[in-house]
Write a protein that binds this ligand. Structure first.
Ligand code: NAD
Length: 494
């Protein structure tokens, strides 16, 4: 296993230079048993100043600034090559650091490589816009880099969320300062090492581990940072949006969710049972899009829930590195405890725990941050467990009468990130998909992602979208150019 950790430098990556962090130390744990994997010496705020200086210099360097898009694409392809070559190691590392199953972390590493390739391909094929003039001049709208991008990431899927920020930001010609989450800096540092070795010009990427309220805050407030891309909780996102407003700085926010999954009376029950269980219990529920509120047509409610509970009880709980594991530990014991508190609250609010609702009894799992997949019924949609993001393996089940009742309940949430519909009737699916207040609707599937398809939330789930061909424009400024073709002076000067 040592080669997995040898590749993680206990240093911060400061615009092409590796150096020992002089900030507080974080003990990074393996949540499957609580052992300390590595201690990380964090950055200090002075490092943010340095990273901004280096980033500004690197992105302004004519060699990078004037590089043609298809040449910039080569750097992204090289990063993708490095990620693919090291995919096994990165997947194992991420499994150690986040607790996730290897099946999931392999998928996340593949997605990270795919993200670099996708934005390389977008660069290869991107067009500039020649706009329609209203006089004897040529008009164009060109895209220019913003400058230094502050990228602040959560702990649930580090390698994939890092790539989703770094790849389009670099593709657009910017420099990036990434701040990984406190609990999961290891994969981001390993990725930085690969990117450094792949030959990206020094200064274009910095990775600064540290506390959100210290390093994250310093990045967002820094006058030299031209845009922030943030993925994390809604409360943090709102705080950062206030700072961005003061600076008049663009910010994109990918925030929390409390996504409804809907089972209509004509759904393929077996498919839906599997899909609902996957939608909430994969990643042990620690997914922004987790389908955490289940609405089932009252005519099939009891039968459906019985089958779902049986399926949930059969899920194999265990360490992420065991090949048979379906539900791995949570990222940290503190996250597990927060989930347990929500379940206790749901009990106090009158909910009935149909399965789970506690840590596993297996002594082999006693030291890990495990929590059994849990289904709760008997709550009304205004209960805290139905309204607040638990970010763990907890599903609340609610019946609905008709479409009107369903839409009212499903949309009765401050969040609007995702939703799922299980039905055999494409017309009902289409009508419902249009009525749901959500950035993404899955029909007869759940939690599938394509880098080509824009992703973002509505209401308090976020601002702006990532991914897709337009993903690069989120990291660009548009500049209009008017190119006069007349031999004559402008009219009033006649
Ligand atoms: P969080 O908001 O606590 O932290 C996210 C990041 O912000 C971390 O790097 C943290 O250090 C940093 N941070 C915290 N306070 C800060 C501050 N004052 N200034 C600057 N940075 C600060 O979220 P989390 O607990 O790491 O992640 C879980 C949350 O992320 C959940 O709400 C989940 O839904 C959300 N999430 C959303 C998406 C999405 O795409 N919509 C994806 C994954 C996770």
């Amino acid at each position: 296993m040592s080669e997995v950790f040898d590749a993680v430098p206990n240093e911060i990556f400061l615009g092409g230079i590796w150096k020992r962090g002089t900030g507080a130390t974080t003990s990074v744990i393996d949540p499957s048993d609580g052992t300390v994997l590595q201690t990380v010496d964090n950055a200090v705020t002075h490092d943010v100043d340095e990273a901004v200086l280096r980033g500004t210099a690197a992105m302004s360097d004519p060699q990078w600034r004037n590089m043609l898009p298809h040449n910039r694409a080569r750097y992204l392809h090289r990063i993708a090559d490095a990620v693919e070559t090291n995919s096994k190691r990165l997947a194992v590392l991420q499994s150690f650091n986040t607790g996730k199953s290897l099946t999931e972390t392999r998928g996340l590493v593949a997605s990270a490589a795919g993200t670099f390739r996708y934005f390389a391909a977008v660069l290869e094929t991107a067009d500039q816009d020649l706009t329609t003039p209203r006089g004897n001049y040529l008009t164009m709208s060109i895209h220019e880099p913003i400058g230094v991008i502050g990228a602040i990431a959560p702990w649930n899927s580090p390698v994939a969320s890092d790539a989703q920020k770094i790849a389009p930001a670099l593709a657009a010609g910017n420099a990036v300062i990434l701040k990984p989450a406190e609990w999961t800096p290891l994969v981001s540092l390993a990725l930085a090492r690969l990117i450094d070795e792949s030959g990206l010009p020094a200064g274009l990427l910095s990775v600064l581990p540290g506390r959100g309220s210290v390093i994250g805050d310093a990045i967002v407030r820094h006058p030299g940072v031209g845009k922030v891309t943030f993925t994390g909780g809604t409360t943090t996102g709102r705080t950062l949006a206030h700072i961005a407003a003061e600076k008049l700085m663009p910010i994109s926010l990918e925030l929390g969710g409390k996504s409804p999954t809907i089972v209509l009376d004509d759904a393929d029950v077996d498919l839906a049972v599997n899909g609902v269980a996957y939608g909430i219990f994969s990643s042990t529920g620690q997914s922004c899009v987790a389908g955490s509120r289940l609405f089932v047509d009252e005519s099939i409610h009891d039968d459906f829930v019985e089958k779902l509970v049986a399926k949930t009880r059969s899920l194999r709980v265990g360490p992420g590195r065991a090949s048979e594991t379906q539900v791995a530990p949570m990222v940290h014991h503190r996250q597990r405890d927060s989930v347990a508190q929500y379940v206790d609250l749901a009990r106090q609010e009158g909910g009935t725990v149909l399965c789970g609702g506690c840590v596993p009894q297996d002594p082999a799992l006693a030291d890990g941050a495990y929590y059994l997949p849990t289904i709760i019924s008997g709550l009304s949609n205004d209960a805290k467990a139905c309204q607040e993001e638990i970010f763990g393996p907890v599903l609340v089940v609610l019946p609905f009468r008709d479409q009107e009742d369903l839409v009212a309940q499903a949309n009765d949430s401050v969040y609007g990130l995702a939703s799922g519909i299980w039905t055999g009737d494409y017309k009902r699916a289409w009508a419902l998909a249009r009525l749901l207040q959500a950035g993404t609707v899955w029909i007869n599937t759940y939690k599938q992602f394509s880098i080509s398809t824009p992703f973002g939330g509505v209401k308090q789930s976020g601002l702006g979208v990532e991914k897709g061909r337009a993903g690069i424009s989120a990291y660009s400024r548009q500049k209009s150019i008017y190119w006069g073709l007349d031999e004559q002076p402008n009219p009033w000067a006649d």
